[in-house]
Write a protein that binds this ligand. Structure first.
Ligand code: ADP
Length: 251
């Protein structure tokens, strides 16, 4: 059974902008899906609907057999800005979602202390547990935000251009880290990105959206082996996927 089924989503905002039109997508448990599409085609709108932050005009989202009608601890959303609390250390920022809890479902806090240290190691922030956000580089702050998003072990992680504002080298290193974190985290992931090469590097499938209103223009399966590395960019499979995605985007 798919972990997420988005069926025939339509979103028209009160200003009559139609952001999504008949958008359907299924995701398998543990899968990583990337969404690429022109700016303004409704990608962020889709993530907000999947996270239960925005009610679609019509259509349904089913998560683990239950309709999504409000935010829940089953879905974590990671934005472009790391938005760490400046007065808290890295470790304290990671603990925040555990402290806030959830009024609808109690979090299982057993093992959470070792999870904090495991995640800090996993994202490469060992030695910075007691640092404050002002002491972190942009890339390190994103690593901390990623660890915080994973601390509640959400079955689904949604990523909205999480490394968008960073320089190219930092992005490459974060994308490679995310891929390796992915292989040990038991989460299903959906990432919106403007970068075709990053989508191929990370994803099992790349969903290509049409210009607004967003619809699925096509889906490209990525058959590259894991673990992945940037040297794979020269492989014929990588280049073929890139060409296929570009054609679906009409580039
Ligand atoms: P993307 O993430 O692909 O860039 P968005 O989902 O942010 O696209 O936006 C899709 C369209 O919906 C855009 O034309 C945008 O201007 C419009 N839009 C987004 N949010 C709102 C809103 N809250 N109210 C009205 N229009 C919106």
């Amino acid at each position: 059974m798919p972990i997420i089924t988005a069926d025939c989503l339509n979103v028209t905002y009160p200003n009559r902008v139609e952001a999504l039109h008949s958008f359907s997508l299924e995701m398998e448990r543990g899968e990583f899906v990337a969404i690429v599409g022109p700016s303004g085609c409704g990608k962020s709108t889709l993530l907000r609907v999947l996270a239960g932050l925005l009610k679609p005009t019509s259509g349904t989202v089913i998560l683990d057999g239950e309709p999504v009608t409000q935010p829940s601890r089953h879905v974590s959303l990671l934005f472009q800005e790391p938005s760490l609390l400046p007065w808290r250390t890295v470790e304290q920022n990671l603990r925040l979602p555990l402290e806030v809890g959830n009024p609808h479902a109690k979090l299982d806090l057993s093992g959470s202390e070792s999870r904090v240290s495991d995640l800090i190691r996993l994202v490469g922030l060992e030695g910075f547990e007691h640092a404050h956000p002002r002491e972190l580089s942009g890339g390190m702050a994103r690593r901390a935000a990623l660890a915080r998003a994973l601390i509640t072990q959400p079955p689904v992680l949604l990523l909205d251009e999480p490394f968008g504002a960073l320089d190219a080298m930092t992005r490459e290193s974060l994308i490679a880290s995310l891929e390796s974190i992915w292989r040990v985290a038991t989460t299903t992931g959906l990432m919106v990105t403007h970068s075709i090469r990053e989508s191929i590097f990370l994803a099992d499938r790349v969903v290509i959206c049409t210009p607004r209103p967003g619809q699925v223009a096509g889906i490209v399966k990525i058959n590259l082996p894991r673990p992945r590395n940037w040297e794979m960019e020269g492989l014929p499979e990588f280049i073929a996927s890139k060409n296929e995605i570009r054609a679906l985007l009409s580039l």
